[in-house]
Design a binder for this molecule. Structure first.
Ligand SMILES: [Fe+2]
Length: 274
């Protein structure tokens, strides 16, 4: 079993909530799809937890923005990046080693990770068809945004209707399964092309041979699908399970509102899940 998390965005309350849930399920391996920081009020705490708890993490556009420069950011997002950079620098005064470790972590994030693994259907297979029962070998890519442009490209659910060629071209880059974040909207793209919301799939997607999928795992720290609950996935056997969890968003929102460099808009988004 392993869990995949993404788009924490310096939201300590959401991150600790999902980490506790992952631990409760007995899952030992966690992969992260980036955007650990940006928008939210607790960048150092979130970086420290991700460094400690995840097996590896890939680079998100907000991690890139703090490390190098924000590109195509709106003013509020840009200001959050500059404030986050300042916080990482200020922490150097009291926590020199930790500060170095955080910068080194950001500076060595890869664009992509790939996992080749055997997946066996779990014991409880009454909802799984016979073709899905067999053990299969999955090749799983992990990127922040898209298989073509790993840091920055947005894959909109509407693209399956308005721009199907874009989806087909993306799938040419997918060997089998590709986990993505970035949109903060959980769901599964198939190469038909089509897009399925988790609830339309009973909150689980079986990984099978000969079916490619781009799986958006949603956002831990800033969901945007009108559901403010934190989102992540875990893989048990050959099944990807979508999880949503309530967390104390009001605490995070109040912290954001108390920091003058962070736009109150970022707090409102957490309350509304947008
Ligand atoms: Fe993000």
């Amino acid at each position: 079993m392993f869990a995949v998390i993404s788009d924490i965005h310096s939201n300590f309350e959401a991150l600790t909530t999902i980490l506790a849930d992952i631990e409760k399920r007995g899952i030992k391996t966690i992969y992260c799809l980036g955007d650990v920081i940006g928008y939210g009020p607790n960048p150092t705490e979130c970086l420290d937890l991700i460094i400690k708890k995840t097996k590896w993490c890939v680079m998100g556009n907000h991690d890139y923005a703090v490390l190098y420069e924000p590109t195509n950011f709106n003013y509020a997002a840009e200001q959050a990046s500059f404030w986050t950079r300042d916080v990482l620098e200020w922490s150097r005064k009291e926590e020199n080693d930790e500060s170095d470790r955080r910068w080194n972590f950001l500076g060595t994030l890869p664009m992509r990770q790939t996992l080749k693994t055997k997946l066996t259907a779990p014991e409880d297979t009454h909802t799984v068809s016979a073709t899905e029962l067999r053990t299969n070998t999955a090749i799983i890519d992990f990127v922040h945004a898209s298989p073509k442009r790993p840091i920055n490209e947005y894959i909109f659910p509407d693209d399956v209707y308005s721009n199907p060629t874009k989806i087909r071209v993306l799938f040419e880059r997918v060997k089998h399964i590709c986990f993505v974040g970035h949109m903060h909207l959980p769901g599964v793209f198939l190469d038909e092309p089509d897009f399925y919301l988790p609830e339309g799939l009973g909150d689980r997607y079986p990984i099978v041979d000969n079916e490619k999928a781009i799986i958006n795992i949603g956002s831990v720290g800033q969901p945007r699908d009108a559901d403010r609950r934190s989102s992540y996935v875990y893989v048990d056997g050959n099944e990807v399970h979508f999880v949503r969890l309530e967390y104390n968003f009001e605490t995070t929102a109040k912290k954001i509102m108390s920091i003058k460099q962070l736009d109150n808009l970022h707090a409102e988004r957490l309350r509304e899940g947008r």
